[in-house]
Design a protein around this ligand. Structure first.
Ligand code: FAD
Length: 435
């Protein structure tokens, strides 16, 4: 099948507008240190403009209030928005709300008669009037292997009772609802034994212990957008209809959420990489040392050349994964999605690292955005599944195409014997001719 990432000219016009809008209206916001409330007010007119252009919350299918773009177009859009941490917020598709909306939409479709999900949680998330967190990772079990989850939800009459400790619930301390993954049946295979629940933060027993200080923000101030909360769920009771999808569908829903999310992450990382690359090139042409500009030093030229090639490779790989997902769905594109996760995260890290090096002490300082970009970039190798897990998936699938062989298939001595047998008559003839 031929690959085709082309998009129609009308969509290219939208991308042109987005590029200019992000550069002129969103980049300047980054330098302002505003409270969440002030920031919300500042970006409101920008969000209104995005809505007026029909680009708000574009990630969902048209029937759910999105644009029905598909992954290639969404990917191209995220590449532009991802240049700034505020891009996705202004366009109504920031994590974790966008992924949670996709998860709620999928849950709604899995069970008949659950239209109520749209009105109660999905639409408010899309409208931006409700905020959410995704509470899956636990401090005491390996997040890389959610089969080990310890949080439990037990049915009690018309309610579910949830107990567990979670952390790294991004936006947990500013959320209205939390989507919690917990084991509902420990007696079956973990893939069928976990479920997702909507838990309003005001429910008794939801104890938000703290926002975890991290490389994002080591001296974290509680309750800021983008923080990562540690939460204890202590006999939290939610009505039975707060279960999303059928009981036991937690893993399925998690995959629904993570597949497109990884493509969008990778394209946002490319937006970040391109920004770091632009900064690196500008500095290389401006800084003079040891008799020439940095742009004339072989090492710096290599950094520029390697960064450009790696970003190009990551972009093609990501667009291909997006295109394949549009053609055959997330499950059949698992390897492609896994490959861009670890390849893209490494490219992001390496390009920013080289840009910092090109700037020297200025790159390390907070006078340039690079140090913050570097800290965010470091997380990319961990969240959405650590890179090592994705590498393992890809390598294991690759190995399925091979069988063990005591003598290597390409062992030259055995191949020579086989070739001599195969061409025996002609070799005999040629040898006789030579004599
Ligand atoms: C910035 C950020 C935001 C996050 N947001 C959320 C969120 O909103 N909601 C949420 O639920 N979680 C969130 N997380 C948590 C994230 O999903 C987990 O950190 C991740 O799944 C890894 O789990 P862990 O930290 O428990 O690491 P562990 O599972 O303890 O793994 C530690 C390390 O072991 C290695 N490892 C693991 N498995 C293998 C393997 N098979 N082969 C080789 N090496 C391996 C890897 O190097 C890995 O980094 C976030 C994390 C970060 C950093």
């Amino acid at each position: 099948m031929a690959w085709d990432f082309a998009t129609e000219p009308e969509f290219e016009e939208k991308l042109v507008w987005m590029r200019q809008f992000v550069r002129e209206e969103i980049f300047p916001i980054e330098t302002l240190d505003l409270s969440h409330d002030h920031m919300t007010k500042l970006i409101k007119p920008l969000q209104d403009e995005v809505r007026a252009r029909g680009l708000w919350a574009a990630h969902l299918p048209a029937e759910l209030g999105g644009m029905g773009f598909g992954q290639v177009k969404l990917g191209l859009m995220h590449e532009i928005l991802g240049q700034s941490p505020y891009g996705p917020v202004v366009f109504g598709n920031n994590a974790p709300d966008s992924g949670n909306a996709e998860l709620l939409a999928a849950g709604m479709e899995m069970v008949e008669g659950r239209e109520d999900i749209r009105e109660r949680w999905l639409q408010p998330l899309l409208d931006g009037t409700m905020r959410s967190g995704f509470s899956m990772t636990e401090p005491n079990t390996a997040g890389s292997d959610p089969r080990l989850l310890q949080s439990r939800a037990v049915r009690d009459g018309d309610e579910w009772v949830i107990n567990g400790r979670k952390w790294y619930t991004t936006n947990g301390s500013v959320a209205d609802i939390l989507i919690v993954m917990a084991v509902t049946n420990p007696d079956v295979h973990p893939y069928q034994g976990s479920s997702m629940f909507v838990v309003p933060v005001t429910t008794p027993g939801v104890n938000i212990i703290r926002d975890v200080g991290s490389m994002d923000d080591p001296h974290v101030t509680y309750g800021r957008f983008g923080n990562h909360a540690e939460i204890v769920y202590d006999d939290v009771r939610v009505p039975a209809d707060h279960l999303i999808g059928p009981e036991g569908s937690g893993f399925l829903l998690a995959q629904t959420r993570l597949g497109p999310g990884r493509i969008h992450h990778c394209m946002r990382w490319l937006g970040q990489s391109q920004r770091a690359f632009d900064m690196m090139c500008e500095r290389a042409l401006s800084r003079y040392t040891h008799g020439s500009l940095l742009a004339e030093k072989q090492t710096v030229l290599n950094w520029i050349a390697d960064s450009k090639a790696e970003m190009h490779a990551a972009r093609l790989m990501t667009l291909h994964a997006a295109w394949k997902m549009d053609q055959v769905g997330a499950s059949a594109s698992r390897d492609e999605i896994a490959m861009i996760k670890y390849y893209g995260a490494t490219v992001l890290h390496d390009v920013i690292d080289r840009a910092i090096q090109t700037y020297g002490s200025l790159g390390y300082s907070a006078d340039m955005p690079l140090e913050a970009m570097y800290r965010w970039a470091r997380a990319a190798r961990i969240y959405d599944g650590p890179d090592e897990v994705h590498r393992q998936t890809v390598a294991r699938h690759a190995l399925k195409n091979y069988t063990a062989s005591e003598v290597p298939t390409d062992f030259i001595p055995t191949r020579t014997v086989a070739a001599r047998e195969k061409f025996a008559s002609i070799l005999e003839f040629l040898e006789a001719e030579t004599v």
